[in-house]
Design a protein around this ligand. Structure first.
Ligand SMILES: C[S@@+](CC[C@H](N)C(=O)[O-])C[C@H]1O[C@@H](n2cnc3c(N)ncnc32)[C@H](O)[C@@H]1O
Length: 246
């Protein structure tokens, strides 16, 4: 494949992911999108539950299996190595779009906060969660995570160096601040239906399992250094007095 084609593929995958990521904000909040987590045809709850869990599993399997070094080694025999991350990003977007389209509502209310000050506080924390997630992508390397760095180096004909282990800013307080941001936006909402709860609980389960696999790879890559970091820094929730500087 030509360098320009791979660069265009990388850029297209990035912008598609940006769109699906922005859609996720509206999907969860139920604001500003044609179909949110509580919209869609009403069906019997066992069917809705089965379909929704299947959609989360589809996203979780795609997102976790394709991120493993062993899978990447096999996969890069099929796709050019420079386009591997962009393909991951593209297929993650496809899995999310399928989830948005096929998601079935389960409208029974689990909680609905009435006090306006508390609603305001929860919406503020919801917004803060998105900010934490976005800033974390830049701390770890936004353009690498979304495949643009790889296609850019390939386009210029330069080597794309792999990242060292580091613990910038939020990474001194928690090991997975990007996931902390996601956990905030999944749970800190003033209104929660059963369907929304299934989404939040399913995605939380995926995050817990996904980060276990990620840490196994990080220990394989960085060894004792990562083990020491994991022993002193909490996974998702910052604890006063427990942080490390690298
Ligand atoms: C989607 S990012 C998520 C990072 C982290 N789990 C979080 O929630 O903030 C996953 C990538 O970040 C890398 N990564 C995670 N922690 C890292 C660290 N402290 N230093 C360097 N790379 C790291 C992993 O190897 C993986 O390629």
């Amino acid at each position: 494949m030509s360098r320009t084609l791979i660069a265009a593929y990388g850029a297209a995958s990035y912008f598609l992911f940006l769109g699906t990521f922005l859609y996720l904000i509206g999907f969860i909040a139920g604001i500003g999108v044609p179909k949110g987590v509580d919209d869609g045809p009403l069906v019997a709850w066992p069917l809705a539950l089965g379909v929704n869990l299947g959609l989360i599993a589809l996203f979780g399997v795609q997102h976790s299996v394709m991120a493993r070094p062993g899978f990447k080694r096999l996969w890069t025999r099929v796709v050019p190595p420079a386009a591997e991350r962009s393909t991951y990003v593209l297929l993650s977007s496809v899995a999310l779009i399928v989830l948005y389209l096929a998601w079935l509502p389960m409208p029974a209310q689990v909680w609905s906060v009435e006090a306006s000050w508390l609603r305001g506080l929860l919406w503020t924390l919801f917004g803060l969660g998105w900010a934490v997630a976005l800033v974390s992508t830049f701390l770890i390397d936004h353009f690498d995570l979304f495949g643009l760095r790889q296609v850019w180096h390939h386009w210029r004909g330069t080597e794309c160096p792999s990242h060292p282990f580091f613990t910038p800013a939020f990474y001194r307080w928690v090991r997975h601040p990007l996931m902390t941001g996601f956990l905030m936006v999944f749970w800190l909402v003033p209104d929660m239906t059963v369907g929304h709860l299934v989404f939040s609980a399913g995605m939380t389960a995926y995050i817990v399992v996904g980060t276990l696999y990620e840490e196994r790879d990080l220990i394989a890559a960085f060894g004792e250094r990562y083990r020491r970091y994991a022993a002193s820094v909490p996974r998702f929730i910052p604890m006063p007095g427990r942080r490390t500087g690298e």
